[in-house]
Design a protein around this ligand. Structure first.
Ligand code: FAD
Length: 452
């Protein structure tokens, strides 16, 4: 099936839970059965076992990005420079430390999820990417945590003529993402939490969720609808769906041994539309490119499951970044929508005048942070003020994105310009005037996206 993730072939869906076919009265209803909704349900159950809880999922749990992603599992140390700019040093470090808990939480789900802990390599593959690596290493040192991001030279990276230098970020791991969402779903069912699949929320108002088969009444509602939140006011102000695309090779363990990439390290380059790449236990290489498409008016359409140009960019990235794998056949390609926030950092809030709690904006790094998001949303829905609600992601002020059609047009111009600028940089050329102007566009609008 075009656009079907290999993850799902490797770990098929369990039988779907029955859809809702009656009215329900609950304490908390959670809309969305991806990682965020499922972690929220588990956190609530653990904290208050007597709560009446249900998760309502439009399709099947993991049909969205939670079953389609690259499986990079890390928190916020790799984002330290951005966090320092936005929140200051103390809050940035508090957030980075809090985000580390995701690995232990995933480990506690059992061996089934292919958790492999290995440092995340953030590397430069072009002159214009060197500064980002240096900023990351410098930021860790500046906050008194130099061990979190250590500078490494090309000799310590997998062999590639493209790799110039890197930072080894201690907080890193990979998982089989579909296995992770299956394990979370099973944990939810085992905890006695009601789960309704193929149950879309048609409307969500304070205290009431309408679905085709019944109405759910609950004083506390949690919206965990990921990129689909971009179509919903007021979240739409701060979110846009943006595609990420993946290609996966046949198994090539002998080529991985030749280039010395046998430790399972997840890797990202320094592109604004990042290349992310990792291996699988059977020696395949996954290469992702976070480079489009863009949703209009917050809509997630069929293009996101498989976008030819973005998959082509992922394949080109594979050939350039890992030329030793030139013979490796690409066997699978797929994509999905990521929920990009105005400043590429997620946000959590209670919608004004309601008890609807929402979180989104992971911007392509949600596998680990959705665990954190689950703790935050459980605190908001539980009416608690605690360490989770004190995190700087919660109830923060964000700038609004420009309105449509400016948002879509501006996003398209910026994407084309940035891709041209980054390709020129990789070829050792100076980007043209149009590309330089397009790259500056978000800054002119006061937006902190796609910074290099
Ligand atoms: C191709 C790709 C690669 C990625 N790679 C990585 C990576 O390597 N590492 C990383 O950290 N992050 C990665 N991400 C991002 C990561 O997958 C997400 O941040 C994460 O899965 C978000 O989980 P979520 O539960 O918030 O959202 P989702 O997984 O999107 O779950 C939301 C759920 O809500 C449901 N829903 C929507 N509307 C309704 C409704 N009206 N009623 C009921 N249910 C509804 C959807 O069906 C969906 O199941 C990637 C994303 C993509 C697309």
């Amino acid at each position: 099936v075009p656009g079907e993730p290999w993850w799902t072939l490797e770990a098929p869906f369990d039988d779907a839970a029955p859809p809702l076919e009656r009215d329900l009265d609950l304490d908390v209803a959670i809309v969305g059965g991806g990682y965020t909704g499922l972690w929220t349900a588990l956190a609530l159950r653990e904290r208050e076992p007597a709560l009446r809880l249900a998760v309502l999922e439009r399709d099947r749990c993991g049909e969205g990005p939670s079953g389609r992603n690259g499986g990079f599992l890390h928190g916020y140390w790799a984002s330290l420079p951005r966090l320092r700019d936005h929140f200051g040093d103390d809050a940035a470090v508090r957030l980075a430390r809090a985000s580390e808990g995701a690995v232990a939480a995933v480990r506690a789900l059992g061996d089934d999820v292919w958790l492999r802990e290995a440092p995340l390599l953030v590397l430069s593959a072009a002159p214009g990417q060197d500064a980002a690596v240096e900023r990351l290493v410098g930021a860790a040192a500046a906050v008194g945590a130099p061990e979190e991001a250590v500078a490494v030279g090309p000799g310590e990276l997998p062999a590639s003529p493209a790799f110039r230098r890197g930072a080894r970020v201690r907080d890193g791991a990979t998982v089989q993402p579909a296995r992770l969402v299956r394990a979370l779903r099973r944990a939810v069912l085992a905890a006695g939490i009601e789960l309704y699949e193929r149950t879309p929320a048609l409307s969500v108002d304070d205290g009431v969720v309408r679905t085709p088969g019944g109405t759910v009444r609950a004083p506390e509602l949690v919206l965990a609808t990921g990129a689909w939140s971009a179509g919903r006011p007021p979240l739409a102000r701060w979110l846009t769906p943006f595609g990420s695309s993946i290609v996966l090779t046949e198994p090539v363990p002998e080529l991985l041994a030749e280039i010395g990439w046998t430790g399972g390290e997840p890797i990202v380059d320094g592109r604004a539309f990042v290349h992310y790449f990792r291996t699988t236990p059977d020696g395949r290489v996954l290469m992702g490119s976070g480079s489009g498409p863009i949703g209009y008016r917050g809509r997630v359409d069929d293009r996101f499951a498989l976008d030819g140009p973005a998959a082509g960019r992922a394949a080109a990235g594979l050939r350039r970044l890992l030329p030793a794998l030139a013979e490796a056949r690409i066997e699978h390609a797929w994509g999905g929508p990521i929920d990009v926030s105005t400043d590429q950092i997620p946000f959590f809030l209670t919608l004004p005048g309601t008890r609807i709690h929402a979180g989104a904006g992971y911007t392509g790094n949600g596998v680990g942070p959705s665990w954190l998001g689950g703790q935050v949303l459980a605190s908001l829905a539980g009416g608690r003020e605690d360490e989770w609600t004190a995190l700087p992601l919660v109830r923060r002020q964000l700038r609004s994105l420009p309105p449509e059609p400016l948002r879509r047009l501006g996003g398209g111009l910026y994407r084309a310009a940035m891709i041209a600028a980054e390709e020129a940089d990789e070829r050792g050329r100076r980007p043209g005037l149009a590309a330089r102007a397009g790259v500056a566009l978000p800054r002119l609008l006061g937006l902190d996206v796609g910074r290099r």
